[in-house]
Ligand binder design. Structure first.
Ligand code: 4NP
Length: 156
């Protein structure tokens, strides 16, 4: 396969998918995997916004600066621009299946399906939670990022 490109998708693109993007960038860099990475939201409320300050703080504490990330909405062209699209929760996956054009080439899946023991589970939305919820999100997306890097290296 040519160089993989991975898009992470949640609802707002200000909490979970920017953290997934950050964790995956960090794990790919550590592993020496060349990959294009981005994130997007199914909704358009936060387009152009920086990540939630609590997400910025969580990533910063884990060694990644995401303050320059800006939210965007997922679109039909993403299904041919990316090789892999991962939904953070089951609702996001359902919305992506509806948006998916007939000429889509990207593999579309649920992020936690990549993590042994967490298959079928959703990354909970921490938006109405506290810092501990963002820490939990970080833990889940980091596990998924490690598994995904291993899978892409194996596919490479
Ligand atoms: P995210 O969290 O999908 O993880 O970025 C949310 C952020 C904002 C909203 C919902 C979820 N919102 O409804 O504004």
């Amino acid at each position: 396969m040519h160089q993989p490109s991975v898009l992470f998708v949640c609802l707002g693109n200000i909490c979970r998918s920017p953290l997934a993007e950050a964790a995956f960038r960090q794990e790919a860099q550590r592993a020496g995997l060349a990959v294009t990475v981005d994130s997007a939201g199914t909704g358009n409320w936060h387009v152009g916004s920086a990540p939630d300050p609590r997400a910025i703080a969580q990533a910063s504490g884990s060694g990644v600066d995401i303050s320059a990330y800006r939210a965007r909405q997922v679109n039909r062209a993403d299904f041919t621009r990316f090789t892999h699209i991962y939904a953070l929760d089951a609702n996001n996956l359902s919305d992506l299946r509806k948006l998916r054009p007939s000429d889509a080439t990207a593999h579309l899946g649920l992020l936690l399906d990549e993590v042994p023991g967490l298959q079928g589970q959703s990354v909970a939305d921490p938006y109405y939670g506290g810092p501990e919820d963002f820490a939990q999100t970080w833990g889940e997306v980091t596990q998924a990022a490690r598994a995904l890097v291993a899978r892409l290296q194996a596919e490479g």
